[in-house]
Design a protein around this ligand. Structure first.
Ligand code: FAD
Length: 502
């Protein structure tokens, strides 16, 4: 066993969460070791991104130019065959006043390329990145995590001490349990089967790069155009089907496509990729959960190691990179001695949990839009019929209590609030089909709720800060006794502290 160091921070995992945290801590001048068990590029799901990741985090990290050069598929929004309207309808980022102009477009990315851009960037910024190195266990003194045991590519074991360990090792994290237990969502207990196709159809005109989500009797499909010819296609169905689709994924996929008319039509002339990194049909299950705590003294959880919820709104990479930004601010503030640990990480956890809670609530209402009386999948996911106690306990835990956001706790009030909320953003929805429908109305109402508007404002502030190159006076504390970002965006500042200097 060898002791190595010295490092201020050890980050586990080189996905978007880990690379973002590591880079932003290194940018503040701290010494960072990042361990990644695979050798990049490696395959990962999560290809549809949000504007805040592209125009906020990526810009802040300094990779905008590389992102442009990578020629990723531009994404203006989402096209949905969902709700009572049989015609597909669009949600475009540009219709929100908070994300207008050039920052209203995101990308669909091949994660092999995107994750490598972020990891190489962390390396360039001074992070000691070691691939094919696997974290094995945390080291602790009392209730404080003090470092990490890990193995290198030759199987040698090392112990590295650090002031902070960041677990960004994704949904299969084994380290996260040091911090607490994982609470799974009963509502979103789905399973996804996905693969890649060459030659599938594209949506018309400027929507060609949109994510297409199609509900059908047994679940819903995503259809993500990654290049002009390559498409990521995934079916999300009830968890009870996991045995069948794991035993014979080919047959299951063929059957799902057959039952979803729009996807069947779009894949009519396509062939499934059967070789290389895109050649397998893959299964993912149990991916909607949140840890009961996101940090403990000396350790912090970021990205899927902390939480994730159903992929229909493409929030995973946003949550991972936003969580990485929040964690880096707290680490930097604690390392510099500007704030005590409890306050710095309290802000991290409140903001992160609030963001997650909003998406969770939003998704509950979105699933509720799909009325299908004869379908077990959809009936089991009606908010009004769900086990209210389980749901409430879960949503309060992950969404509301710690943030003090009462709006996140009131499931029974969901419909009432959506019915009476402001419709400022009702224009956010357009339809490609002729019929006016409840779907558009509901989307407008969802986007009009205070809490969703605030989160979008938060994303917008990240974008604005990045595009103005740092110091802005845009931000207000999110919570009455809360902190704001420091002028360089890399730490927290106390807005009530007396200012010094001339
Ligand atoms: P990861 O990207 O999983 O990275 C973790 C890294 O840690 C990996 O590289 C892994 O090799 C490494 N690692 C693991 N264990 C160790 C160890 N012990 N030591 C060292 N390294 C280790 N998100 C979106 O934004 N858009 C989408 O369209 C979308 N679709 C999805 C569809 C499905 C079915 C699912 C399940 C998720 C989807 N997501 C989507 C979510 C997205 O995949 C994740 O939220 C995102 O990848 C999380 O990033 P991360 O950095 O936390 O983890």
């Amino acid at each position: 066993m060898t002791q190595s160091g010295p490092y201020d921070v050890v980050v586990v995992g080189g996905g978007p969460g880990g690379s973002t945290t590591a880079a932003l801590v290194a940018m503040a001048g701290h010494r960072v070791l990042l361990l990644e068990k695979e050798s990049f590029p490696r395959h990962q799901i999560g290809e549809s991104l949000l504007p805040a990741t592209i125009h906020g985090i990526c810009r802040f990290l300094g990779v905008s130019e590389e992102m442009e050069k990578a020629n990723f598929m531009p994404k203006r929004g989402g096209t949905f065959r969902w709700g009572s309207n049989p015609e597909p309808w669009n949600f475009l980022f540009a219709y929100s006043p908070l994300m207008s102009g050039p920052t209203s477009t995101a990308y669909q990315v091949e994660r092999m390329k995107f994750d490598k851009i972020l990891l190489d960037n962390a390396r360039r910024l001074g992070v000691d990145v070691r691939e094919r190195c696997t974290a094995v266990a945390t080291l602790s003194e009392g209730d404080r995590v003090t470092g990490l045991r890990w193995t290198d590519e030759d199987g040698r074991t090392h112990e590295t001490g650090a002031r902070y360990v960041v677990d960004a090792s994704g949904s299969n994290s084994r380290l996260a349990r040091t911090v607490g237990t994982r609470n799974y969502s009963d509502f979103f207990r789905n399973v996804a089967l996905y693969g890649y196709y060459e030659g599938g159809k594209r949506l018309p005109g400027p929507d060609a790069g949109n994510i297409l989500c199609c509900a059908w009797d047994d679940g819903w499909f995503w259809y993500i155009p990654l290049t002009d010819t390559l498409t990521s296609v995934g079916a999300v169905v009830n968890r009870s089907q996991v045995g069948t689709l794991s035993r014979d994924p080919e047959a299951a996929m063929a059957q799902f496509i057959e039952r979803a008319p729009m996807i069947k039509d779009y894949l009519k002339d396509a062939t499934r990729v059967t070789e290389g990194p895109y050649g397998e049909l893959r299964v993912r299950k149990d991916y909607s959960y949140a840890m009961e705590r996101f940090w403990q003294p000396g350790m912090v959880l970021v990205g899927d190691a902390a939480c994730f919820v159903d992929p229909v709104f493409s929030t995973g990479v946003h949550l991972a990179t936003y969580g990485g930004l929040l964690a880096a601010r707290s680490i930097n503030s604690a390392l510099s001695g500007d704030l005590d640990e409890e306050r710095a990480f309290g802000e991290f956890e409140r903001r992160y949990r609030r963001e997650y809670g909003v998406f969770y609530e939003f998704l509950l209402a979105f699933y509720d839009m799909q009325h299908n009386e004869d379908s077990y999948f959809w009936q089991a996911r009606k908010v009004s019929r769900a086990e209210a106690t389980d749901l409430r306990a879960f949503v309060e835990l992950v969404g509301g209590v710690s943030s003090g956001e009462s709006a996140l706790m009131d499931l029974d009030g969901l419909k009432e609030r959506f019915g009476t909320s402001s419709r400022d953003l009702a224009d956010a929805v357009t339809r490609t089909g002729p019929a006016q429908s409840e779907s558009g109305e509901r989307m407008g109402e969802l986007f009009g709720t205070t809490v969703v508007t605030e989160v979008m404002q938060g994303m917008n502030e990240i974008q604005a800060r990045a595009s103005l190159g740092g110091a802005t006076t845009l931000e207000q504390p999110l919570f009455p006794d809360g902190l704001v970002a420091s002028p360089d965006g890399l730490g927290w500042a106390d807005p009530t502290a007396p200012t010094t200097g001339t």
